[in-house]
Every structure is written in C-alpha cells, then in structure tokens.
Design a protein around this ligand. Structure first.
Ligand SMILES: [Zn+2]
Length: 63
C-alpha cells in the first residue's frame, strides 16, 4: 500500500516545480502531462496519481 510520503516522493520530490500550468505544459514531453501538485501547490510534468492505471505498457503487460 502506498503511503502519503511515498506518493509525495513519486509525485513531487525530485521533480521540477513550475509556478503555472503554462510553464509545466511547455516542459511536458511525450508520455508526460502537466498536473497540479497536491503536495506543494505547484505544477509538475509527469504521471499524476492514478495516471498509470489508464496507461498500457508497449509490451502488452498491464498493471
Ligand atoms: Zn510538488
């Protein structure tokens, strides 16, 4: 089970923090999307919480 601290490490800590959604959008790459961070109130690029549940791996394995 994922703890809140674990989620913060995945979703916030170590990521670049943007002040606005526009900045985050500009930095988003293929496979990532800008999202508002519930931990620091800023914006990050990546996979927001729950995103990977909709994401299918190219090798066909599903999580
Ligand atoms: Zn954050």
């Amino acid at each position: 089970m994922a703890s809140k601290r674990h989620l913060r490490r995945k979703a916030c800590a170590g990521k670049i923090r943007h002040e606005t959604m526009e900045q985050a959008q500009a930095m988003a790459r293929n496979g990532t999307q800008p999202y508002r961070c519930p931990f620091c109130g800023g914006y990050h690029c990546g996979h927001p919480c729950g995103f990977k549940q909709q994401f299918q791996k190219p090798n066909g394995r599903r999580y």
